[in-house]
Design a protein around this ligand. Structure first.
Ligand code: ADP
Length: 407
């Protein structure tokens, strides 16, 4: 089965075409700056006669419909394509960010699911509208193919009320749906499944702390294979220090800054786009840049990195307490998978919980590999497990479509 996976942002479409026979990537790419003069596409071929071909150019892409058309044309292009016809695509999987309380799993997209995605525009204003634009564009371009939605929030529908409610008046929850929803769920679910397998534990018996450290950062407490707490909140702003987001702060700070003359929109933009590593360092949101700056003696960069690690270990400590036991701390995302100094700093800080850092293993588990960075017999193992949200979406899409086909 060939499954096409789309991840539509407000001005971009990321895509991957999978051959599910061996889960190989046939082609992947990115349409970016949709709606601007500088729109364009980057496309890479992973299999077939055009294997290794790369194609990158500027192109007019006024909206998501045009973006989807551009991608489908590339997939059948004799020079950089991998299909004779788009009819070979048997199902399409879409990343959808906000399903709120109504969606607890992967689902075939019908009118009801479209209505739920639309209802949640207010809760996911940055993501749900472009997610839906991609779905509608795909449905129009390939009316015969089933479209499947994989929601970021679905993994967190198992959180108990004591974890997802805020201590605010009931009415805020009942009337305005103010609660923790959680994000990055597809990544946390993927590494949970992968870690259970790597640790040879049945999924319903595995207890983990999964830590996604990318540009956005989040952490999940997993008990018996299910999420029981999570660091992001009603929006992805809460929790860990991120590339440009503040993470947890005193909720009175935005009100104070509004009192100082900023508008609510300005505060929102600062906390989401100019805070975190970027805000602290006044240099970059990229961990690689910050680590080089620390080497060169930059004190702001040092504080940014210290706060990043401090917040991560503080959350791990709190999740350690609420879980019945911890089989492993699992680090993933661009920083978790690649940044050796951050892995080392986190792991060393966990020594009191029984993590015995192994330098040689830290050096060895790189370039997309999975493995522990603690010694054998460590009371608290720390593992690196590369995430793959697109593959998770493709697997879900293939499984659901196969189920539908069964008589
Ligand atoms: P996104 O959340 O946008 O998908 P990624 O998961 O790719 O982001 O993570 C981006 C972060 O990963 C950046 O801070 C980047 O510096 C970091 N990163 C990627 N590769 C490395 C590396 N080799 N060493 C250190 N940090 C890295």
């Amino acid at each position: 089965m060939k499954v096409f996976v789309l991840n539509c942002g407000s001005s971009s479409i990321k895509y991957q075409l999978f051959d599910m026979a061996d889960e190989s990537v046939m082609a992947k790419g990115l349409v970016e700056r949709i709606g601007s003069q500088k729109a364009g596409v980057k496309h890479t071929v992973g299999s077939g006669p055009n294997h290794g071909a790369e194609h990158s150019r500027e192109a007019p892409v006024p909206n998501h419909t045009a973006g989807v058309k551009l991608i489908l044309d590339l997939l059948v292009d004799p020079r950089v394509g991998v299909l004779r016809s788009t009819d070979e695509i048997q199902a399409v999987g879409h990343r959808v960010v906000h399903g709120a309380e109504k969606i607890s799993g992967t689902c075939l997209i019908d009118e009801k699911v479209v209505a739920v995605i639309r209802e949640n525009f207010a809760l996911g204003p940055v993501h749900n509208p472009p997610n839906l634009a991609g779905i509608e564009a795909m449905m129009a371009a390939m009316p015969g193919a089933p479209n499947v939605a994989v929601f970021d929030t679905a993994f967190f529908t198992t959180l108990p009320p004591k974890a997802y409610r805020y201590a605010v008046p009931n009415n805020w929850y009942a009337r305005y749906h103010v609660r923790k929803y959680g994000f990055h769920g597809t990544s946390h679910r993927y590494v949970t499944l992968a870690a259970a397998e790597l640790l040879s534990k049945p999924l319903d018996q595995v207890n983990l702390i999964t830590v996604h450290l990318g540009n956005g950062c989040s952490m999940t407490a997993v008990a018996g294979g299910k999420a029981v707490d999570h660091s992001m909140g009603m929006t992805p702003l809460d929790g860990l220090v991120m590339g440009t987001r503040s993470g947890t702060i005193d909720p009175a700070v935005p009100l104070f800054m509004i009192g100082q003359g900023l508008s609510a929109q300005q505060v929102d933009a600062v906390l989401n786009k100019q805070s975190g590593l970027l805000g602290l360092s006044e240099r970059s949101n990229d961990m690689r840049d910050l680590l080089s700056a620390v080497e060169a003696g930059d004190e702001r960069a040092r504080l940014a990195v210290d706060m990043f690690v401090y917040r991560v270990v503080k959350y791990i400590g709190s999740y350690h307490v609420i879980l019945p036991s911890v089989d492993a701390v699992v680090l993933t995302g661009g920083i978790g998978e690649n940044s050796l100094p951050i892995r080392q700093a986190v792991c060393r800080q966990l020594s009191r919980l029984g993590a015995e850092f192994d330098e040689a293993r830290n050096q060895a588990v790189v370039a997309g590999k999975a493995g522990p960075i603690t010694r054998d017999g460590s009371k608290l193992p720390v593992w690196i497990v590369p995430t793959n949200e697109e593959l998770m979406i493709a697997r879900d899409t293939a499984a659901l479509t196969a189920q539908l086909r069964r008589p």
